[in-house]
Write a protein that binds this ligand. Structure first.
Ligand code: NAP
Length: 335
């Protein structure tokens, strides 16, 4: 038996998830697609025969569809996630859950009211093998209690549409989710510092940036966002504990010795870096959806990320330490 999945949004990541479900994963098939730009949906349906729906809402309410993946642009996530909750079906929503904290909270409230765990958010770093090893080291007390974290999120270059706040909402958002999950902790406050601006940046972008989070237990996590670093896509995370350090492994690659030099090629894009994490994430979503549970990032995690991102953007403007306050977690989402 296969889980019958409908995909709303057949752009870059939507078509990638369709491909992985149909070619690489097990236990599910894509039976329906929809996209604002119909020819995108038709293109997917030509590759993997399935029904094309005129609107996301029609797809969501169709009896042929048991579970939904939302991969439209961020501003439209809320309407489809709310419609799927209303239909009582499980939904995997790519990040962000919604573009504002208020909208994310509305989704949380709707899910709690439905009484069923239905929503998973696409924070795929939790499924990356290196991050999982790092979390195991922390959970097993291998390096003692974590004291501080040094993280980098470097990207070769961005275009002129990428603005200063997007360093938070599009880029740091992955660390925002991953770091509190790694530490089993919650954020207390954040500050953003701007070092000398890179000459590779443009008018509307202050690059690089340093984001400094303090957690409720007093851990300080410092994150360098550097989206015009030129040399590659470089994700690092080192945890300094009481009696040792643990660091994310670099992706393995060929080591070449040539012309009196030794070098290892670096990756240049996020898709290659996290390819395996996406496969694991969607496979686990299929497996747990079959059993009627959600084990990945929840709607509450999506809300926490939205509140934290808002505080970071505020800190970019004020230069001050900003409080991060998301209120009490509903008992529905556990401890
Ligand atoms: P994309 O290539 O622009 O694809 C989005 C698709 O959704 C487009 O085909 C777009 O159609 C369609 N769409 C827009 N509004 C719609 C609506 N109201 N109803 C139905 N379809 C609609 O974007 P993407 O790169 O795939 O990103 C999609 C989402 O995934 C974003 O939220 C992004 O943040 C997230 N994402 C997550 C990761 C990750 O690492 N987890 C990576 C990449 C992307 P048009 O072309 O006509 O607008």
């Amino acid at each position: 038996m296969s889980l019958r999945v409908g995909v709303v949004g057949c752009g870059a990541i939507g078509s990638d998830h369709i491909r992985r479900i149909m070619n690489d994963l097990s236990g599910a098939e894509v039976v329906a697609v929809s996209d604002l730009y119909r020819s995108n949906a038709e293109k997917s349906a030509r590759l993997y025969p399935c029904k094309v729906f005129e609107t996301g809402e029609e797809l969501i309410s169709s009896h042929d569809v048991e579970a939904v993946i939302v991969t439209t642009t961020g501003a439209t996530h809320k309407q489809y996630v709310m419609a799927t909750i209303k239909a009582g079906k499980p939904v995997f929503c790519e990040k962000p859950l919604a573009t504002t904290a208020a909208d994310s909270l509305e989704i949380v409230e709707a899910e709690v009211k439905s009484g069923k765990h239905l929503v998973q958010v696409g924070f795929m770093r939790r499924y990356d093998k290196g991050y999982q090893q790092l979390k195991t080291a922390i959970d097993n007390d291998t390096i003692g209690l974590p004291l501080l974290l040094h993280c980098t999120h470097r990207n070769p270059a961005v275009d002129k549409n990428y603005t200063t706040d997007m360093a938070i909402t599009d880029t740091a958002i992955h660390e925002i989710d991953a770091l509190h999950w790694l530490l089993n902790d919650e954020y207390e406050s954040v500050q953003v510092l701007f070092p000398r601006k890179s000459r590779n940046s443009h008018d509307k972008l202050q690059d690089p940036q340093i984001v400094i989070f303090t957690t409720k237990t007093g851990v300080i996590a410092e994150l360098e966002i550097n989206v015009n670093c030129q040399f590659g896509y470089d994700i690092q995370c080192q945890v300094v504990g009481e009696c040792g350090t643990a660091a994310l492994p670099d992706p393995s690659n060929l080591s070449i010795r040539k012309d009196a030099k030794r070098y290892i090629e670096l990756l240049t894009n996020w898709k290659d870096r996290f390819m395996n994490a996406y496969d694991t994430e969607i496979q686990q979503w299929i497996n747990t959806t079959f059993h009627g549970t959600v084990e990945g990032p929840t709607a509450w995690d999506g809300y926490v990320a939205a509140v934290t991102a808002d505080a970071c953007v505020k800190a970019q403007h004020t230069g001050q330490i900003e409080k991060i306050d998301f209120g009490l977690k509903p008992a529905f989402y556990g401890n």
